[in-house]
Design a binder for this molecule. Sequence first.
Ligand code: NAP
Length: 427
Amino acid sequence: VAVGIGVLGAGTVGGTLVRRLIEQGSVITARTGLELEVRRVAVRSLSKARPFSVPAGVLTDRPEDVISDPTVDLVVEVMGGREPAGTLVLAALAAGKPVVTANKELIASRGPELFAAAERAGVPLLFEAAVGGGIPIIRPLMETLAGEQIARVLGIVNGTTNYILTRMAEEGCPYGEALAEAQELGYAEADPSDDVNGTDAASKASILASLAFGTWVDPMQVYREGIEELQPADLVFAADLGYAVKLLAIAERLPGGVSARVHPALLPVEHPLAGVRGATNAVFIEGSSIGELVFSGPGAGGEPTAAAMLGDVIDAARELLAGSEVAPSVRFGPGEVIDFGEVVTRLYVRLEVEDRPGVLSRIASAFAEASVSICAVRQEGRGDRAMLIIVTHAAPEAQGRRAVESLRQLDVVQDVAAVLRVVGEGE
Ligand SMILES: NC(=O)c1ccc[n+]([C@@H]2O[C@H](COP(=O)([O-])OP(=O)(O)OC[C@H]3O[C@@H](n4cnc5c(N)ncnc54)[C@H](OP(=O)(O)O)[C@@H]3O)[C@@H](O)[C@H]2O)c1
């Protein structure tokens, strides 16, 4: 028996997915024994050119028709955004139709409600492509590692920002130029705000933390800093000190709860994520028995993302044909989400100071008064001014901030030019 597929959206990802379902149907059948038939596809514009051809009546501009079509057994959501995607996904689940989605924004913002709806309906809700595009990371976290005590997940989960940072670090390209290049190459959207300000990575951090620790972490609870303020100079100084700068999504299990955050971070050059270049994504997992795992690959693009979704479609179709009620692969229990101020961090602070006797001791006192100890200091004289780079030992983030605040008040400090965090050693 064929499984009827309904697809909401046929843009970059959806268009590729529909084309592959049509063109490679026989290969999929030979390999899996499944016959997957595209029965309805919803788009906004019926006149736009598509990379596939379907019989008249398959394409519709009324997405609700896809859900209600009795020949559609399984729904793929690739239109993106919160609405109408959310309402449509809930309607599909309520109708007992499994859903496959790539929509990280939707999963992150309404995960618990959507998973509960899938559980009530006894059908799968799969979202492998929502984090890391073509990289298999969701299923390893939910299934393969379900028995593992995961301690920490570090991810480079936004290709646009990693591309920009690579260009800034390797070519000394200014931020604006690197961003324009990323847009020309199609990595960055026309409006790249959600990439560069960390919003996209925060959705993914929310999903990674929730799956890794079994406590739901809302994106609003994810501390977030983007890369807009980063200066090429700090990438150079970081490299001199033996670090690469990456925008990281960080999810941690801490003594009192869990934490998730997104910010630029200095990573030791020998760390597995430090050498991840260009638009590539990578996720690094630390667990008590597994040690360290690294997953890396294309984090976006029509082909890789559609490939990950095809795997979900095949999985959901199998479950559907098996006819059994699907036990949810993930359940979320209660747990504290720790405020970022209580999380232990190490700071990299760059200061412009007056170059005269006693300056260094006043700066050292500001750190000491906040109970933050200094690990390394580098100074470069420039006439009557000096540039100081200070790397601290680990201390609660709030104490580090207190130290930075008092530095700003010092008359000998002309500018706190950068405050970044060091990750991946000595925390
Ligand atoms: N692009 C990637 O590399 C990538 C990677 C991972 C995850 N994702 C996720 O995948 C999803 C889709 O991304 P995409 O890049 O494929 O987006 P896209 O190219 O903008 O495609 C969106 C599609 O949805 C259709 N659509 C939007 N609103 C609609 C509405 N109200 N009614 C009917 N159709 C509607 C559009 O129709 P028209 O074609 O007529 O405009 C278009 O076909 C998003 O959730 C995204 O976050 C994308």
